[in-house]
Design a binder for this molecule. Sequence first.
Ligand code: ZN
Length: 259
Amino acid sequence: MKSRDIGLFGYRIRSVERKNDVEIKAAYCTRPGSCPRCASKRIVSKGPYSRSLRHLDSFGLRSRIEIQLRRWQCKDCQRSFVPSLPGVGRGNHSTEPFRRKVYQDHHDGICASLLARREGIGHASIGRIYAQFTYLKAQERKNQTCPAVIGIDEHTLHRGQRFVTTFCNLKNRRIFDVVEGKSQADLQGFLSALKGREKVKVVCIDLCSSYRQLIRKWFPNAKIVADRFHVVRIVQYHFLSFCRALVPELKNRRGLMVV
Ligand SMILES: [Zn+2]
């Protein structure tokens, strides 16, 4: 079996045993190029070292991988260190593919307590894993460029809460970002860091939006377009008011409109 067959790269697989769980024994034989502290190349082996990590399930069974490696010492700064392993975060007790799967399961709606019971890990570990990947995804999103056609609208997440502004990519109909607040001052930080603002061609907003000025400032080359949903809503609102003025009973009996 090769390292890539288990979703990790750079290891030599020594054995795979099936007991209660699947136990994989692997070795990491790559010699580190230099000391991580002083970058000296004068490093010597201090002896064997091993790490036992939870890995992705195999054929419906839990699996653990035991990685044999070496501890090293720098001859210049005397610091001893264990090299970082591919696909394993520093200080973690599980591999990155396993953590990514836990994150995805939790993100897809499996609650933390059920997931912790199913995977045999602590409730707090689920929280830490979720926080780790959420942070990574937020970092990735920071580097995204702004879509060419966007929609901007404000709403509250919960009753009594402050407003948030949603930026939507109207080409793929997905939310691009959600920012707390709706005023110029609230959105200034986000908009000033947004990449590709000058390439935005169309910004779609509601008719009585306070965003007009903001769009002219931050999206200088964009056309402001009225959102069809809000146009229809305003027409409907005035039409209803007109009907009510003509027939006052409509206020409590909207079913009459159908007739
Ligand atoms: Zn050193």
